[in-house]
Each structure stands twice: as structure tokens, then as C-alpha cells.
Design a protein around this ligand. Structure first.
Ligand code: HCA
Ligand code: CU
Length: 417
């Protein structure tokens, strides 16, 4: 039976852009809205360069009308000769557009609030006024030959009919992209899928999505948006941004790598991720969270005995991401009460200590006994194994239990000195 006619054949998802998407990293715009961010010119240049080397397709910069320094910094970034496209974020306002088109960016990311909250409590404009301003601003930017994206802030709390009408209108005016923004982080994947799929049927242009992470859905929402036909995803390094931020570049990369490893490893320089994150963490004075995707200190640490055993036999058993692909290394933690003798055996092999399985089981018993009082660091475990090995070799002890106990005593003694 041919694959095509097999009832089990994978159904080609015509809408999905899982293997065909662009990243718009907005660390230099949304990220600047993070509580601790105050990037110097030098820092901005370093971030822009690193993102370009990593391979993102676009970087978004702060509005040139935000401040004189912001405008100057944008110019400096544009002069770096980066491969990625540079965008500046502006309000949907002719004053901003007039300044924006005079700068060196490739395009302008225009945004206006469309939810009733924003229309009432922020800019106070009716939907009719929004249509008019949008038309004026988009037409003007296009006439100046710049790429233009039109986005609606708080899209998920906006009236669907109003929203689709507005997007269709700007699409007809020739925008390069429309943007959907979950400004308050309220959306969940199914909602995202439905809105983007509907929008895909309404506009011909590309679709950009921007997800805040207030309820922990920012990566999943980005993925679902691509499945439904979105083309561009906004990210920030470490997910920094307003409040608790947006889709993190690292987490998004992890998700997409699992979906299409060849595509993602080919397109992005994944080994750079850790350095980029460390750099930004340093600039904004935060620590990399322990549970950070890919680069969190325990992202590739395996602990429980049964996990460790399987990981040693075949890492794929408990690893969906290959640490080597990200320049990371795997670590099997053994100095604790959940340890197992297979992991201890593997460590002995690494240390070139020849012990029988029975001897290893005995020292594993000792590790568990010691670790019931306090977990042991890897150096302590290593020295316990070495001492035990010497004792076994010397045959000074009547049996392996006595050797293990003596080795344990020696390690305890060392620790208390
Ligand atoms: C903001 C607005 C924004 C804009 C997103 C976009 C949002 O915080 O100033 O331009 O698509 O989350 O709505 O970041
Ligand atoms: Cu935002």
C-alpha cells in the first residue's frame, strides 16, 4: 500500500508554518519595557549583534520618538551592517510615522489599541477613527518605501468583527504584515488557533503574533499560532518585557526544535543561546532561572536512579532536546538518596575505577546512607569512590561492606575538617 493511500499517513497540514517561520526579536523594544532594563548604547549594539549572529530574521527597536537617545541608538544599530531586518515600533499616529520614515530602519511596526479597555482608558478613539488613522499612517509609510506592519494591541479582548474588518482594511492597503497581540497574556492555545485560522482566511499578508506570558502560555500560544498559519513570532531574550514578559527566544527555540529539528538547527546558531542569555541577564541584573528552557542549570541534569540508568543506556529515553545541539552538557547527579547503582557504575567507569557489580552495589548503599543525612557533591562522591576502590584493592578490609563503611568514615572526616 502506498503511503499516500494509507489511512495512517500523516495528514499534511496546509495551514501550518511550523517549518516556515520568522522570529522578530524585540528585546530592544519590548525587552526595554522590562522593569530592570536600562540598556546603554553599547549594550544595545551588543544585543543586536548577538541576535544577528544567532540568526533571528528581524529585530525590533524602540520607537525613535521615545527619546533622543533612542533615535540615535537605532541609527547606530542600523549602521552595524547586520543581516537581519531592523524594525522600529511606533504608535499608529502620523507624528510618529513622520519621524519613523526618516530613520534608517527597514520597516515600522505600527500599533494601536482596539479593545474596549484601551479605547476607553487609553487613547479614547472610536473604531471609526482607528480605521481612518490606520489608513492614513499605513498609506504614508508605504509611500516612503518602508516595510509596514499593522498590529492591534489587546487583540484577544477586542471585538472580533471590528478586528477582522480592520485587518482586512489594512491588508487591502498593502501592509506587509498584520499583528495580533495578546497584550495582557489572557489567551490560551485553542483561542489562538481559532483566531489566527480565521484571520488567515481574511487577509493575504503575513501574520505576526506577540504573546505575553502572564498565565504561562506564551510559548504554546506561539506554536499554535504557527500551526494556524501565522508567519512571524515576537520573542525576547529570556522572555523579558512588560510585567513578566513575552515568549522567550530560548523556550520558543526549544519548542520549534522539537517540531522540526533540521529546520531549526540549520537556521539558528543554537550554541550561542547560553551566552546571549547570560549577557542579557547580566545587563538587566537577574539570574538565569533554574527552570529556564535549555540553559537553566538543571535543564540536562538527571537524578532519579531509574532515569539515570536509562539515560546512560540511551539519552533519548529522557531527553527530547540533545544538549550537544545547544552546546550544553548532560549531567547525571548521583550523590543523593534516590541514586541507583547503574549511575554509580557509570561514574566509576568515567573515573576508570574497576569494581565488580556487587562492589558497586555496596558503595551505592553507602552513598544512600550518607545522603540521607546530607546530599553529596560530585567531588565528595568521586573521592568516596576512589577511597573505596583503594580499600578494595588493598584487601585490608575483611569484606566490601567494611571497606564501604571505612571509605564513608574517611569522607565524613574530611568534610568535618
Ligand atoms: C506595549 C504594546 C505591545 C505591542 C505589541 C505589538 C503589546 O506593550 O506597548 O506591537 O504587536 O503587548 O500589545 O507590546
Ligand atoms: Cu507587548
Amino acid at each position: 500500500m502506498s503511503t499516500a493511500s494509507s489511512p495512517y499517513a500523516r495528514i499534511t497540514d496546509l495551514l501550518s508554518n511550523i517549518s516556515n517561520f520568522n522570529v522578530i526579536d524585540t528585546t530592544l523594544r519590548e525587552g526595554e519595557q522590562f522593569a530592570n532594563a536600562f540598556f546603554s548604547t553599547e549594550q544595545k549594539l551588543k544585543i543586536a549583534k548577538a541576535l544577528d549572529d544567532f540568526g533571528v530574521e528581524y529585530i525590533e527597536l524602540t520607537s525613535p520618538v521615545a527619546s533622543e537617545q533612542s533615535r540615535e541608538d537605532n541609527e547606530k544599530i542600523c549602521q552595524l551592517g547586520l543581516k537581519c531586518k531592523k524594525l522600529a515600533h511606533i504608535r499608529c499616529h502620523m507624528d510618529d510615522a513622520k519621524v519613523g520614515v526618516e530613520t534608517s530602519v527597514d520597516g515600522l511596526s505600527v500599533v494601536i489599541g482596539t479593545s474596549s479597555y484601551l479605547r476607553k482608558f487609553s487613547h479614547g478613539k472610536s473604531m471609526e477613527t482607528i480605521y481612518q488613522v490606520a489608513e492614513e499612517v499605513v498609506t504614508f509609510i508605504k509611500s516612503k518605501g518602508k516595510e509596514v506592519r499593522f498590529s492591534s494591541e489587546d487583540s484577544f479582548r477586542s471585538d472580533l468583527v471590528d478586528l477582522l474588518k480592520l485587518y482586512r482594511h489594512v491588508d487591502k492597503l498593502g501592509v506587509n504584515r498584520v499583528g495580533v497581540a495578546d497584550t495582557v497574556g489572557c489567551a490560551h492555545p485553542r483561542q489562538v488557533y481559532e483566531l489566527i485560522r480565521t484571520l488567515r482566511g481574511v487577509v493575504n499578508c503575513d501574520i505576526e503574533c506577540h504573546f505575553h506570558n502572564d498565565t504561562g502560555c506564551a510559548v504554546a500560544n506561539a506554536y499554535c499560532a504557527l500551526e494556524a498559519g501565522a508567519t512571524h513570532i515576537d520573542t525576547c531574550i529570556l522572555g523579558i518585557g512588560e510585567r513578566n514578559g513575552i515568549t522567550p527566544l530560548g523556550g520558543f527555540t526549544a519548542r520549534m526544535y522539537v517540531a522540526d529539528k533540521a529546520y531549526v538547527t540549520d537556521k539558528y546558531n543554537l550554541h550561542m543561546l547560553r551566552d546571549i542569555e547570560n549577557m542579557v541577564a547580566d545587563f538587566v541584573e537577574i539570574q538565569i532561572p533554574f527552570n529556564n528552557y535549555i540553559t537553566g542549570y538543571c535543564a540536562f541534569t538527571h537524578k532519579a536512579g531509574i532515569h539515570a540508568k536509562a539515560i546512560i543506556n540511551n539519552p533519548t529515553t529522557y531527553e527530547i532536546l540533545r544538549p550537544e545541539d545547544f552546546g550544553m552538557t548532560r549531567y547525571v547527579s548521583i550523590g543523593h538518596r534516590l541514586t541507583g547503582w547503574n549511575a554509580v557504575k557509570s561514574r566509576c567507569e568515567q573515573l576508570d575505577l574497576h569494581l565488580t557489580d556487587a562492589e558497586i552495589k555496596e558503595i551505592t548503599r553507602k552513598i544512600k546512607e550518607l545522603a540521607d543525612i546530607k546530599p553529596l557533591g560530585i567531588e565528595e562522591v568521586d573521592s568516596l569512590l576512589r577511597v573505596y576502590h583503594t580499600y578494595i584493592e588493598s584487601s585490608n578490609y575483611e569484606n566490601m561492606t567494611a571497606a564501604a563503611n571505612a571509605a564513608g568514615d574517611e569522607i565524613k572526616q574530611k568534610a568535618s575538617n
